[in-house]
Structures are given as structure tokens and as C-alpha cells.
Write a protein that binds this ligand. Structure first.
Ligand SMILES: [Zn+2]
Length: 373
């Protein structure tokens, strides 16, 4: 991790300002003049920094010219007896970032709930070209080492087609239920970035997109990802994409068929509170196969879309309705890809394709806009 001192430059603002994903600048008390900071990403004129010793923080953007490298004397005394660290040089960083990837468009590919049927996906639904593959859990049925090894082998075969593969665990991968073996998902999936209540830093460095993953907790049953002991309060404000395994309450969480009253299952109202607070622009999840679908805000600000899963009579499975009008997400995607035999009366199969979501912006520093393709 490169380190620098955030320092005022003559003629420049006294306090370093944070560049928020929505494009606004805001003062950040933690990253003030003279504070020692870690540089977690660089993108041309801007660097993303966080205060040293606060690894849980996702950091804030500031102008690269406000970062001064630690002096070599100070650095030597700090690193005595440790591995030498590369000295951060703002001039070099700016030069090396010239011509580096500063994309205006990133293609995200959302998969979920493949339940060990990953080999079947492309027989019916070839994976679209994309930059980042995102899987929101239930990669396996029981989370055993052997099942995860097979998923990891599949990732190994397809990883050349994507710049990053980012994954969180679902309840079938990490449940405390007796039918789950609870292998260490992070250790098992060496061909992917497994998020455990954290931002995908490599994606952030390459694309400037903040993707945060909140996996299913092993302590939770399939019905209730919220309630006591949940960790949704850790979801940081200002992220672009939130990955969870289950839905927020009343948003693609109904399990009752036509003619019956709505019945939420496997969703969390604590997650609603976290989303309203953190304001991610995209929420990706799975878990409820009969609620596979997408809500997308159109140019008039209304949500369009709905459930894509078809019941045994070929009807779209009912759902409660779009998110509230003031919901912060532009795209809400449930993409549990395997069928639900109890609801479509079929043998379990891959019923839906991966979902392509485009992130686009006109200039660096402008907020991303997200569209489900
Ligand atoms: Zn699930």
C-alpha cells in the first residue's frame, strides 16, 4: 500500500475534498491537511485515499496534487526490519496513469444461484462479453470443498474472458444448516475475488467502480438475512454496486403464486434501511428463484420491468411491485438462474441468462449511469 501525506498547497483549498460517486465534492474531516493516508486507487488527477489504520473505510477521492509522499527518512524509520515499500511519487503516478485504463463504459455481468449447474449455463445461454462477472451466491448446493472446487475450476476456464470475477457466498454456500459443510469460500475460490463485507479493490483500481459484497452469514437461516447479528450496517455510503444474496423487504421477495396474498421470504427490512442510507446505484442479489427479474429506472424516473420467472402456466410469477419512488437504485436485479421445480413444475435447469448491466459516464469524475441491457 502506498502512503502519502495529504497536504495543503498554496492557492488550493485548505481541506481536501472528497469526490463522491454522484460527482459532488464534500469536505472529509478524516483526510485533512497533514494527515497520513494510504492510497488505495489512482485515476489520473484523482486518487482515492483513506486514513492510515482505518482499513474498513473505503476512502474518498481527492486531487492527486494534494498528496505528498512520505520523506525517505521517515519512511526508512517506519520500515526498518520490514520489507521495503515503493515510494509514492505523485508525478510518476500521474505520468504512469496517462494512457492507463480510465474507462467511460464498464460491462457488468450478473449471475446468481447457479447451484452447481454452471456447466449447463452456456448450453442454452452463452455468457455475454463483459468486463466484470459478478455472482451473488448459491454457487453450490451444500458449500462443500468438492462442490466449491468444481466452481473454482469453471472460473479458471472462463476467467480469461473477464477482467475480474467477483463473488459473494449465498446461504447454500455458507449456511449453518446441517446440509451445508461450510468450507472456506474465500480459500476455495482462488480464481475469483470473494467479498466478505468489503469493496472489490482491484475493480476499483481498474475501473473506478465501487462494488461492495455483503455475503450471507453462516449464522442465518434461509428465511431471515436480517434481524439479530446482521452486518448490513457495514455497507458503506456512496458505493456504486451492492451485492447481497437476499433481497430487501418487499422488493422481489414474494413466494406466493397467483391468487394468493403476497408472502415475503428471505428478505430483510434491515437491508432496506442500509440501502436507503448507503444509496448504492445498483443492487444485485438472487436467492428467490421465482422472483428472477429486474427493476430499472427509466428516463422519467419510474421503475419499469418486473419478474421474468414463469410459473408452470407460463405466467410471470407475481411480485409486490416496483421499489418505492425514492429508492436510490437505478437497477435492482434478482438473477437466480436455476428454475424452481415447485413453481414451474420442471426438472431443475438453468432457466435464465446472465444479466448484462452497463455502467457509463461521459467524463472522469462524473457519476456512473447504470442500465440493464
Ligand atoms: Zn439462496
Amino acid at each position: 500500500m502506498d502512503r502519502a501525506v495529504a497536504k495543503q498547497r498554496e492557492g488550493h483549498p485548505h481541506v481536501i475534498k472528497r469526490k463522491t460517486p454522484s460527482g459532488n465534492s464534500q469536505h472529509v474531516g478524516k483526510i485533512e491537511n497533514g494527515k497520513e493516508v494510504e492510497i488505495i486507487a489512482e485515476n489520473g488527477d484523482y486518487s482515492c485515499v483513506r486514513e492510515v489504520g482505518d482499513p474498513s473505510a473505503t476512502g474518498g477521492w481527492c486531487k492527486t496534487y494534494n498528496l505528498i509522499p512520505l520523506t525517505s527518512r521517515r519512511r526508512r524509520s517506519r520500515s526498518r526490519g520490514k520489507m521495503p515499500r515503493r515510494v509514492f511519487d505523485p508525478a510518476n503516478a500521474a505520468a504512469s496513469s496517462k494512457g492507463a485504463c480510465q474507462p467511460m463504459r464498464v460491462r457488468l455481468l450478473h449471475l446468481s444461484d447457479t447451484h452447481g449447474m454452471h456447466d449447463q449455463i452456456e448450453k442454452r445461454f452463452p455468457l455475454q462479453e463483459a468486463d466484470v462477472l459478478l455472482h451473488t451466491g448459491d454457487l453450490t448446493n451444500n458449500g462443500t470443498w468438492d462442490q466449491l472446487r468444481k466452481v473454482n475450476e469453471w472460473f479458471g476456464k472462463i476467467r480469461h474472458r473477464f477482467k475480474h470475477i467477483v463473488v459473494i457466498a449465498g446461504n447454500h454456500d455458507s449456511s449453518s444448516a446441517s446440509w451445508c459443510k461450510r468450507a472456506d469460500v474465500k480459500k476455495a475460490l482462488t480464481n475469483a475475488t470473494v467479498l466478505n463485507h468489503e469493496v472489490a479493490l482491484d475493480v476499483f483500481k481498474d475501473f473506478g467502480l465501487q462494488i461492495y459484497g455483503s455475503p450471507w452469514l453462516a449464522s442465518k437461516g434461509g428465511t431471515d438475512p436480517g434481524g439479530k447479528g446482521h452486518l448490513f450496517h457495514k455497507i458503506p455510503s456512496g458505493i456504486d454496486v451492492l451485492m447481497t444474496h437476499g433481497p430487501a423487504r418487499h422488493i422481489l421477495d414474494n413466494i406466493s403464486g397467483h391468487g394468493k396474498s403476497f408472502c415475503p421470504w428471505g428478505s430483510s427490512s434491515d437491508l432496506n434501511d442500509a440501502i436507503v442510507r448507503a444509496k448504492p446505484r445498483v443492487h444485485l442479489f438472487g436467492h428467490l428463484h421465482e422472483q428472477r427479474g429486474v427493476w430499472q429506472r427509466d428516463s422519467s424516473g419510474r421503475y419499469i420491468g418486473g419478474v421474468e420467472f414463469k410459473d408452470h402456466r407460463g405466467r410471470a410469477f407475481p411480485t409486490k411491485g416496483p421499489p418505492p419512488a425514492d429508492w436510490p437504485c437505478d437497477v435492482v436485479s434478482c438473477n437466480a438462474m436455476t428454475s424452481h421445480p415447485g413453481k414451474d413444475h420442471s426438472k431443475t435447469h438453468i432457466a435464465g441468462s446472465a444479466r448484462l448491466i452497463l455502467a457509463e459516464r461521459a467524463t472522469l469524475g462524473e457519476p456512473w449511469r447504470f442500465v440493464a441491457a
